[in-house]
Design a protein around this ligand. Structure first.
Ligand code: 5GP
Length: 120
């Protein structure tokens, strides 16, 4: 299963305000902020506020309100930043084979240039 949640991970520190971030959107369920090392003209991370490492963990343990809130936040950011017309890409890494660096569930949103074919 998913490893236990580490309260010292960088996104936990961002959620507690111990590390600053450039916030795009925040509500009671989710926080969206600019990635510190952007891989596209727009590169935003969306995280649920709850203590979830990965998707399976989130899907199994989060409340319906948390799940809805997280999905809505992703869509809200895409609309807020005007990504719908030109398009955007969502990506989420889970665990070692995917090179997940930060063990707090997050979705990357990439936009602002042609993104090329999907990379596995
Ligand atoms: P992962 O490889 O876990 O899917 O992606 C982690 C992402 O978090 C990377 O794109 C990395 O640039 C970003 N990141 C790591 N530390 C920080 C930080 O302190 N602030 C922000 N805004 N992004 C970070």
């Amino acid at each position: 299963g998913t490893p236990p949640y580490d309260d010292q991970n960088v996104f936990a520190k961002i959620l507690r305000g111990e590390i600053p971030c450039r916030t795009v959107f925040e509500d009671e369920f989710a926080l969206a902020f600019h990635d510190i090392n952007p891989q596209a003209p727009h590169h935003v991370l969306v995280i649920p506020k709850g203590r979830y490492v990965a998707f399976a963990d989130f899907a199994a343990s989060a409340s319906d309100a948390e799940i809805t809130g997280f999905v809505r936040a992703v869509g809200h950011v895409a609309r807020l930043l005007g990504f719908e017309e030109s398009g955007y890409r969502l990506l989420a890494n889970m665990g070692p084979d995917s090179h997940q660096e930060v063990p707090h569930l997050h979705v990357h949103i990439f936009a602002g240039r042609p993104l090329g074919p999907m990379l596995v």
